[in-house]
Design a protein around this ligand. Structure first.
Ligand code: ADP
Ligand code: MG
Length: 486
């Protein structure tokens, strides 16, 4: 598909995203079946999941807590009373013939997620609503060449659906939005955010209109993107396709399309006219839920610091760069470790450098997370203080002290003292060493004194050797130059 810059520039893309996040609960939304990815197919399927006559669903209260936490993170209003509804449709992977969802009373309404726009400025994407529902089973088309296989383990797994307003304008903003949502659910520990395994799924609604137009164009909805990059690719593809269709005067109609990651294209799945009428009605087997202000306050108190607040703190209060702010807040564990270091040091930049340098490379080399990192945040702060006090050099810290701390589980000071690594900044001691070096090398002493500056390297080498690397190189060279004047 070819589209000239000029024509593309006539149009304004409009994008709204629906994100489904599987909740990290131990059991399913309305039964005691385990919520477990990768279990033997159809092993976590009780009569309740199957919706057999006589069974009754029971609400998993963790799902409610998690949905409220997400709402609080987005600044949404939490509905004090909510009802469940049945969404009816037939599909082989939906054993009950309906999903229990929330229709007219979603648990959260309003709020926003702040992302960076194309110019790097903050932009609020409004959240329409967040509601609770349950997942369907999984139809597997690619194991048996002739049949579709069905695994019902996923049926009844709790989901929240986060619906955005059509506030997104570019595929990059959409990319940033999904990245931010994934970061949030991971910080809150309510979803693992794994798009490859489908625990976070994104449907993209896309339309185009002439720039300056008042009314949005007809939207298409694209499904089945298994990575954030593919969400962006699918949107780019649809923008181009919709503009070309509009330019050619082709009629557009609301439809659902499927993204093919290999080809980078979409194909029609179903049109909205042919879509099911879900015949929503109130779920008769579940009581309405009431959420008290006290419960909301308790959940709020449990919440970790959120990435946006941490980013603002690092860049505005601590004076770190946006680049550092992003690195630090990308993963909660890293951000919290940094928070621990800076409880004990004011040298924030050094803390970032250690965390993103030597510590990250230890984690990468050993394929472990920061929770398994052997040095405490307090001891890292101690290491920074030792350098700042001129007791050890940066090089020595990185090459000797840090590796020793990894195995010794002791403070930087103790480790350095035990190994005799504390630098002599004491000029007297260095002078003694310089004197003995000159005594032992009288010929070099004479030549150096006569002006042969290139012997400095040789003399410094001797001084460092005698001091076992502890002499501070700067003061040693200064003292050598002073020594020969007398
Ligand atoms: P449905 O169930 O039909 O998908 P939803 O209300 O769940 O409807 O989701 C609608 C989504 O489509 C929202 O994310 C909304 O922002 C988005 N949307 C609505 N109109 C447009 C439009 N003209 N262009 C792009 N996105 C749109
Ligand atoms: Mg939709």
């Amino acid at each position: 598909m070819e589209l000239s810059e000029e024509i593309r520039d006539k149009y304004q893309p409009v994008i709204g995203l629906e994100i489904h996040a599987q909740m990290l609960t131990k059991t399913k939304a309305y039964s005691n079946d385990k919520n477990e990815y990768g279990a033997t197919p159809n092993s976590n399927v009780s009569p309740i999941t199957l919706g057999h006559p006589g069974t009754l669903p029971r609400m998993n209260s963790k799902t409610i807590d998690y949905a409220i936490k997400m709402g609080l993170a987005c600044g949404s209003d939490i509905a004090p009373e909510q009802h469940f509804a049945r969404k009816n449709y037939f599909y082989p992977d939906l054993p009950k013939g309906y999903q229990i969802t929330q229709d007219t009373t979603p648990i959260c309404t309003g709020g926003a997620i702040v992302v960076k726009d194309a110019d790097g400025n903050d932009k609020s994407i409004a959240v329409t609503r967040i509601h609770m529902e349950e997942d369907a089973g999984k139809s597997i088309h690619d194991i048996d060449p002739f049949n579709t296989l069905i695994d019902l383990n996923r049926a009844g797994v709790p989901l929240i659906e986060i619906v955005s307003e059509p506030d997104i304008r570019t595929s990059q903003e959409a990319y940033n939005y999904v990245t931010e949502v994934r970061k949030l659910v991971r910080y809150l520990e309510i979803c693992d955010g794994n798009m490859e395994e489908g625990s976070l799924r994104c449907d993209a609604n896309i339309s185009v209109m002439l720039k300056g137009a008042k009314e949005y164009g007809v939207r298409v909805e694209v499904k089945n993107m298994n990575s954030i990059r593919n969400v962006q690719r699918a949107i780019e593809h649809e923008i181009t396709r919709l503009i070309i269709a509009t330019e050619n005067g082709e009629p557009l109609f609301q439809e659902t399309r499927n993204f093919d990651a290999l080809k980078g294209t979409t194909t029609a799945m179903r049109s909205k006219e042919a879509a099911n009428d879900y015949r929503f009605f109130p779920e008769p087997d579940l009581q309405p839920i009431r959420v008290t202000q006290e419960k909301i306050a308790n959940l709020k108190a449990e919440m970790p610091p959120l990435p946006a607040a941490l980013f603002a703190k690092y860049t505005k209060e601590l004076g770190l760069s946006e680049y550092d702010g992003n690195l630090l807040t990308d993963q909660k564990e890293i951000a919290l470790y940094f928070e621990d270091i800076i409880k004990h040091t004011k040298n924030y930049k050094a803390a970032v450098n250690w965390l993103m340098g030597d510590i990250k490379s230890y984690l990468n080399t050993n394929a472990v997370g920061i929770s398994e990192f052997p040095i405490s945040a307090e001891n890292i702060a101690g290491l920074i203080a030792l350098i700042d006090d001129g007791k050890i050099s940066n090089n020595l810290a990185s090459q000797k002290v840090f590796p020793a701390m990894l195995t010794q589980n002791d403070t930087a000071l103790n480790v350095s003292e035990q190994n005799d690594w504390i630098q002599d900044s004491d000029d007297g001691a260095i002078l003694e060493i310089i004197k003995s070096v000159f005594e032992e090398n009288p010929a070099e002493y004479e030549r150096f004194k006569a002006g042969e500056q290139r012997l400095m390297g040789f003399l410094m080498g001797k001084v460092m050797q005698k001091s076992k690397g502890k002499a501070d190189p700067k003061s040693a060279s200064k003292l050598i130059n002073e020594f020969i004047k007398f």
